[in-house]
Design a protein around this ligand. Structure first.
Ligand SMILES: Cc1ncc(COP(=O)(O)O)c(C=O)c1O
Length: 354
């Protein structure tokens, strides 16, 4: 069964083409943009297999900095964001600026700040968005907020750079999770996308990703595709085949695809359950802080609101590890350690004995 869907042109020990395995790339694009995507149906999306999400960003920012016709622009990333966004945009010559995103008081989206900052950007600027399950905050705009953001993007002719490292991890439904990207590509061609399959396929070490750019015509697509290959060739020649073939087979085999879809539901529901469990346990312990952000945030991370001193204390006293900004991996919680973690949170936020 699987044999039918693997790209037969790439044998076990052969090189992939420079852009990677074509049947894999087609499936990545379908998964993200949706089979109904006009740009996809019209063959206007250039795509290349990449060395996971990081490699996709590196390839994409190199392409963008070399070929984007507008030079006097801002590069805007959310505050905060996954730090490598800034590193990579600096490496290709930009000075990334932050737009307001996380509101420390509400621990939700600073929507007014976000809109003000995008409105203040230079026309044609690049704006980095997280498709879903924003890392590190776990805070995503609502559908209505995305629609408002799109209006600013259109009015200011902004170029949207979408990072998709967690498709399926937010709601458990891949289609639902790519709402922002699908919405934007219905209304603008100024889009590029960075996909990672590290998390949703558990292929961390295989480095499986995809970089794509929406263009305005098939002719432009061919030119963009060729430019991307020119960047990839002297970097790594061609991408590794093993992990991409796994994704190709899973997405291309209906029974296995159905099982993967189910796994995403299992995984995302488990994480939602752990969020609720942590909040419930804290309540049981008599903790009076407002922890509602832990359940309203989504995906693999929670931005707990613990400050640096509390993060240090919880590490020193209870051997619980998180980044200094108070971000925990929800995937690290399970029914056996939930009580222990809740007690430690209670201890460091109230000063009461563990
Ligand atoms: C937002 C975001 N983008 C991209 C990546 C890239 O991951 P990888 O290179 O492992 O695919 C990550 C990983 O944590 C991430 O959180």
């Amino acid at each position: 069964m699987a044999k039918e869907v693997v790209n037969e042109t790439v044998k076990d020990h052969e090189y992939a083409p420079i852009q990677g395995i074509d049947s894999y790339i087609a499936k990545c694009l379908n998964l993200a943009y949706g089979e109904g995507s006009k740009a996809l149906q019209e063959g206007r999306i250039a795509g290349a297999q990449s060395i996971s999400g990081t490699g996709s960003l590196r390839l994409g920012f190199s392409f963008f900095s070399q070929w984007y016709p507008h030079k006097d622009i801002d590069v805007l990333v959310p505050k905060p964001t996954w730090p490598i966004h800034k590193t990579i945009s600096s490496l290709v010559g930009y000075e990334p600026k932050e737009y307001r995103y996380f509101h420390p008081t509400t621990k939700g989206l600073d929507f007014e700040g976000l809109k003000e900052d995008l409105n203040a950007a230079k026309d044609h600027s690049l704006v980095m968005f997280h498709v879903c399950a924003h890392n590190p905050t776990g805070v995503d705009p609502t559908d209505a907020q995305w629609q408002e953001i799109l209006e600013i993007v259109k009015r200011k002719k902004l170029f949207s750079a979408f990072d998709s490292a967690y498709q399926g991890f937010a709601s458990g439904d891949c289609q639902r999770d790519s709402y922002s990207l699908r919405l934007f590509q219905e209304h603008t061609d100024d889009i590029m996308l960075f996909q990672s399959f590290a998390k949703n396929f558990g292929l961390y070490g295989e480095r499986v990703g995809c970089y794509s750019v929406v263009t305005s015509s098939q002719a432009e697509r061919d030119i963009v595709q060729s430019r991307i290959k020119q960047i990839a060739r002297p970097l790594y020649s061609n991408p590794p085949i093993y992990g991409a073939r796994i994704v190709d087979v899973v997405l291309g085999t209906p029974e296995i695809r159905a099982q993967w879809d189910q796994d995403l539901i299992t995984m995302s529901s488990r994480m939602a359950g752990m969020r609720q469990g942590l909040v419930d346990k804290l309540k049981e312990l008599g903790n009076e802080h407002d922890w509602s952000h832990v359940t309203s945030q989504i995906g693999m991370f929670a931005y707990t609101g613990l400050n640096k001193d509390q993060v240090t204390a919880i590490r020193e006293q209870h051997s619980i590890y998180m980044t200094m900004d108070g971000r925990i991996s929800i995937a690290g919680l399970n029914p056996d350690n939930l009580e222990y973690v809740a007690r430690a949170f209670h201890g460091v936020t109230t000063g009461k004995e563990f």
